[in-house]
Ligand binder design. Sequence first.
Ligand code: AQP
Length: 320
Amino acid sequence: MKLSGITPSGHVQLGNYLGAIRTWAAEGGSGDMYFISDLHAMTTTHNPAKLRSLATEQLAILIAAGIPEETVCVQSDLAKELGALTWILECTCSYGEAARMIQFKEKADGQTGVRLSLLTYPVLMVADILLQGAAEVPVGEDQRQHVELARTLARRFNSTYGDVFTVPKAVTPVTGARVRDLSDPTRKMSKSTRDAAGVVFLLDEPDLVRRKIRRAVTDGDSVIAYEPETRPGLANLLDILAACTDSDPRDLVDAHATYGALKEAVADAVVETLRPLREKTTALLEDPAELTRVRKAGAARATERGEHRLQSALRLIGGC
Ligand code: AQP
């Protein structure tokens, strides 16, 4: 069983879709789990109402993208189980292990009023994984250390108190395109980027998508070539077009005479790729009863799947 997540730290953007969600819909098995990690989005300053609505939007997008509804769940719907398991796991984790996490060091560096949850959230992530009994966790390099922690804590708990947890392993995710920011192609497209000019959001109106793509930064050269290292803006447009048309970016180089023509082709492809998704998502968002049904069913299944591990762990560590 595999477990993957998406954090409602902003509106879902094209990179989330082409790089992850689309693959989840195509490759995911019925026993896998895709969860919306809203609790993780509370580790830094956040707006509660906005967070709630972003989580709902993500739920609608995952379902609209074709991910089987029985595999989707919102993390905070399991807050009681995860809170309890996080506590148990914190009792098996040293302060030093938590403080060593590179993400904590990077995000806390130079900040005042750092939330304690920023330090402890990797243990919550361990709880996400261990509660569900996930054997494989597809993660990028930035999250590998957290999966290592999950392995360490699972092994430690099992050998100290009794065998409860599957020891998970980090696997390289099957990814689609890596999409870069259209205004600054040196960085990846991100949902929480402040300047939205270079970010195509899944629910952007088609006209806005076109404007953002027309304004994409390219370079001073006029010859179209695929050179990601030296011409990242142009390569990004070719990558996006390739991902939307299921082709190889190198094969697209000769198909467009000018940057303007290429941008129009990219805009058409993105708008057409996003159109059905946008329509289905909008319809779902207009049907809160349906979303609530899906959400409750996902929560019930995830709770049922994890409950016995939580109860065993609690008993073995000396609780009820
Ligand atoms: N630009 C991207 N290209 C391809 N894949 C991407 N992903 C994110 N950005 C791109 C993939 O989307 C999945 C869910 O992402 P996440 O919510 O776990 O966090 P993230 O990777 O940090 O995504 P963002 O959009 O960049 O969010 P913020 O702004 O909060 O940092 C992951 O599988 C990720 O690889």
